[in-house]
Ligand binder design. Structure first.
Ligand SMILES: Nc1nc2c(ncn2[C@@H]2O[C@H](COP(=O)(O)OP(=O)(O)OP(=O)(O)O)[C@@H](O)[C@H]2O)c(=O)[nH]1
Ligand SMILES: [Mg+2]
Length: 271
């Protein structure tokens, strides 16, 4: 799912600093492939950020943007000879409807053969000014108390959304690949073993396995990857700190993992 710094050889680290070239190559290679990638995921996990990275509107070292909830589906097209499209519908539960159904249709017709499901180990951005306006906040709670409850709630939401997508993966026409992108590595890096176990050994994985059983290895492939699309402390607009970028999470780890993620997408996109 993730690559640890000590696993990265010197050559890999050097390449990690060339993410931009890799992204350009990825775009160039898939723009001739008539490929459409559907990006699913709960609100605030990083779908729009991912679309911006793919489409060249965000560089690997760009400044993070404050969270603005997407209100409609966003389509990120590659520049130039445009045939590869990344579609990311908004992930707030209240907005699941038409946009998600469009993506389901594109899976059923075989138009989309790649899916990226973005999760974030419960570190989902939200649009309330202060945590005190959040429905989970109770009088007297510290930021840490709130985060414990909030992350549990968001992780169950990730599962609920996956349950919703599963039947559509099963009935997708032809072969389909899925990447679970566990984003916001910069916020959960010290607890990476627990995060890895949560996704790869629990209910999330069991749900993915049902698709594999249904479609068979020949027609279904699922990979876990993780990255930090931007490096940013998790704060509310009111200035409350909900999580800090992790101590020890450095540029090399970030670029190494981003590189690993992009290389895998590149390989899947041309397979
Ligand atoms: N710390 C950190 N923040 C991130 C990362 N990726 C994205 N973000 C931030 O998370 C916030 C939400 O990202 P978006 O891409 O807008 O999320 P979304 O999934 O499109 O959200 P909706 O449109 O509501 O469905 C933004 O402020 C991003 O800058 C990451 O890897 N680490
Ligand atoms: Mg969005």
């Amino acid at each position: 799912m993730y690559v640890e710094a000590f696993e990265l050889g010197a050559a890999f680290i050097k390449e990690g600093s060339q993410i931009w070239a890799l992204l350009a190559r990825l775009r160039n290679r898939i723009k001739h492939g008539h490929l459409r990638i559907a990006i699913f995921g709960a609100g605030g996990t990083g779908k729009s950020t991912l679309g911006h990275l793919f489409s060249g509107q965000l560089t690997a070292d760009a400044c993070p943007q404050p969270y603005r909830e997407s209100l409609t589906s966003e389509t990120f097209k590659l520049k130039g000879d445009i045939v590869c499209t990344f579609v990311a519908p908004p992930g707030q539960v209240s907005r699941i409807g038409h946009d998600w159904h469009e993506l389901y249709r594109s899976l059923a017709s075989g138009e989309s053969s790649g899916v990226i499901n973005v999760v974030a180990a419960g570190y989902h951005s939200f649009s309330h000014l202060s945590l005190k306006e959040h429905r989970l906040y109770q009088e007297g709670m510290s930021e840490a108390d709130f985060m414990r409850l909030y992350r549990q709630d968001r992780q169950s939401n990730e599962l609920k959304l996956l349950q919703e997508i599963i039947p559509h993966l099963k009935s997708a026409k032809g072969s389909v690949w899925v990447v679970t992108l566990v984003n916001k590595q910069d916020l959960w890096w010290p607890e990476r073993a627990a995060v890895r176990a949560h996704y790869m050994e629990g209910a999330y994985n069991r749900l993915m396995e049902t698709v594999l059983e249904h479609k068979g290895r020949q027609h279904f492939r699922h990979d876990y990857l993780s990255a930090s699309l931007v490096l940013s402390n998790f704060r509310t607009d009111a200035g409350e700190t909900l999580a800090l970028t992790a101590e020890g999470y450095d540029h090399t780890i970030r670029l190494g993992n981003l590189n690993h993620f992009l290389r895998t997408i590149e390989a899947l996109a041309v397979s």
